[in-house]
Design a protein around this ligand. Structure first.
Ligand SMILES: Cc1cc2nc3c(=O)[nH]c(=O)nc-3n(C[C@H](O)[C@H](O)[C@H](O)COP(=O)(O)OP(=O)(O)OC[C@H]3O[C@@H](n4cnc5c(N)ncnc54)[C@H](O)[C@@H]3O)c2cc1C
Length: 386
């Protein structure tokens, strides 16, 4: 079944052809070993897909977030997990749009060639959670360098990335007029940092998602690693966060179609009580319902990407796309698991793996409750609750 022929068919076909070289068994083995899909990410890099958002003058393909989202969708649609590599996509525009000419010149060609990976973004902290403006990690300017102290949690792909975008407070909260001021972002050389003040502790978790606690103890980074203007980092980090939400929406849509395809094929074939189980409306309806929700979420995902690519405000649409898509893929995952009966729990069917993977997106990168609260306050004008 493929009802999704669109303007991006060429990209879809090419990514599908690459993904076909990495069948279910590959992703299953990587998941069981809690390993990193190194060969897969390498193949994506060599084929240029990981440089999709890098302007052509720096060796990339100069595509938009819409096209990047199609790449991520196809990976998940093919049974893989973009979580291993999507950081490079959502971090890229933070550097492209807000980095200085010298920073772009220094990093972008090497990222495009695959010499460097920009897969990590360090925002979340253990004691402040979603309340981002309260983060306690500080960056204090001293003799042409910034000295970083503090702690982060759930920072993904650090061990498979050369660069990380880090959010830290440069002016104390008490000294700024607005809580979003006084935050800055930096580009961190991961290996150099690990040798001089950044400790990385992996967190074993439900998904095969390489993620870590980070501890900063007087980590010194060069002044020129500040991205944009000091104190304006919150604004810049939103470029990455909005991209992340739109991309993850696309990944959930890829997951959703994967679940729908699997379950549809299965319920046509599986005969119980003398007829295919898919003949029962009790089986058909949850599948049809989640399919409708995936299709609807897909429209919002394209709208979020369109606004992002036009550099228009897209926070609401990126949040709503992520909300709808994560919910739809989760419903599809539930139907897929349920109608496979006991077989859904067998690792060799890959359903339990994809079920775990897609569940993450109701919590990360932003929880459903926080999206509801954003919409209530910013779109409906309801009183601020926190
Ligand atoms: C596998 C994984 C990978 C991740 N990767 C990264 C990464 O690379 N970089 C990074 O910076 N972060 C990363 N994160 C962190 C992720 O973005 C956060 O976990 C997420 O934003 C939720 O924050 P929290 O865990 O601190 O939850 P909290 O802020 O503690 O919230 C917990 C729950 O409480 C509820 N809640 C909280 N406040 C409210 C409220 N005001 N109203 C209603 N409900 C509320 C929500 O349901 C929420 O899920 C990752 C997380 C995971 C699990």
């Amino acid at each position: 079944m493929d009802h999704r022929s669109d303007a991006h068919q060429e990209i879809r076909d090419a990514v599908r052809a690459l993904c076909a070289q990495f069948p279910d068994e590959y992703h299953r083995k990587v998941d069981l070993a809690r390993a990193y899909p190194e060969e897969f990410v390498e193949a994506l890099t060599k084929s240029g897909w990981m440089a999709a958002l890098i302007p052509e003058e720096y060796g990339g393909s100069g595509l938009g977030l819409t096209e990047a989202s199609v790449i991520m969708e196809e990976i998940n649609r093919a049974g893989g997990n973009s979580g291993a590599c999507h950081g490079q996509m959502y971090n890229m525009n933070t550097l492209v749009r807000h980095g200085s000419p010298a920073q772009r010149e220094k990093y972008l060609p090497k990222i495009a060639s695959g010499e460097l990976r920009l897969q990590s973004m360090g925002v979340t902290e253990p004691t402040t959670g979603t309340d981002t403006t309260k983060i306690k990690t500080t960056a204090i300017k001293k003799d042409g360098r910034y000295v970083i102290n503090g702690q982060k949690v759930w920072i993904s792909r650090v061990q498979h990335s050369d660069l990380m975008i880090l959010l830290a407070r440069t002016t104390p909260l008490a000294e700024v007029a607005k809580k979003t001021e006084g935050l800055s972002i930096f580009i961190v050389d991961v290996k150099a940092a690990m040798a001089s003040g950044m400790e990385v502790r992996p967190i074993l978790n439900m998904v095969n998602h390489e993620t870590n606690e980070l501890f900063f103890d007087n980590l010194e980074i060069p002044e020129e690693n500040l991205i944009g203007e000091e104190g304006q980092g919150f604004k810049y980090i939103l470029t990455g966060l909005n991209a992340e939400r739109a991309l993850i929406a696309a990944e959930c849509i890829g997951d959703g179609y994967w679940f729908i395809d699997r379950v549809t094929n299965y319920v046509k074939e599986r005969v119980v009580f003398g007829r295919p189980i898919g003949q029962n409306q009790g089986v058909q309806f949850p599948i049809a319902e989640s399919f409708i929700e995936i299709e609807a979420a897909n429209l919002m995902r394209y709208e979020a990407c369109r606004l992002y690519d036009a550099q228009l405000p897209c926070g609401a649409q990126a949040n709503m796309a992520k909300y709808l898509a994560a919910k739809a893929s989760w419903e599809a995952a539930n139907a897929c698991l349920q109608f496979h009966g006991g077989f859904g729990f067998a690792c060799e069917y890959d359903i339990e793996r994809k079920f775990r993977e897609t569940r993450l997106y109701q919590v990360a990168p932003i929880s459903t409750n926080l999206i509801l609260s954003y919409v209530a306050e910013h779109m409906l004008g309801l009183p601020r609750s926190f």
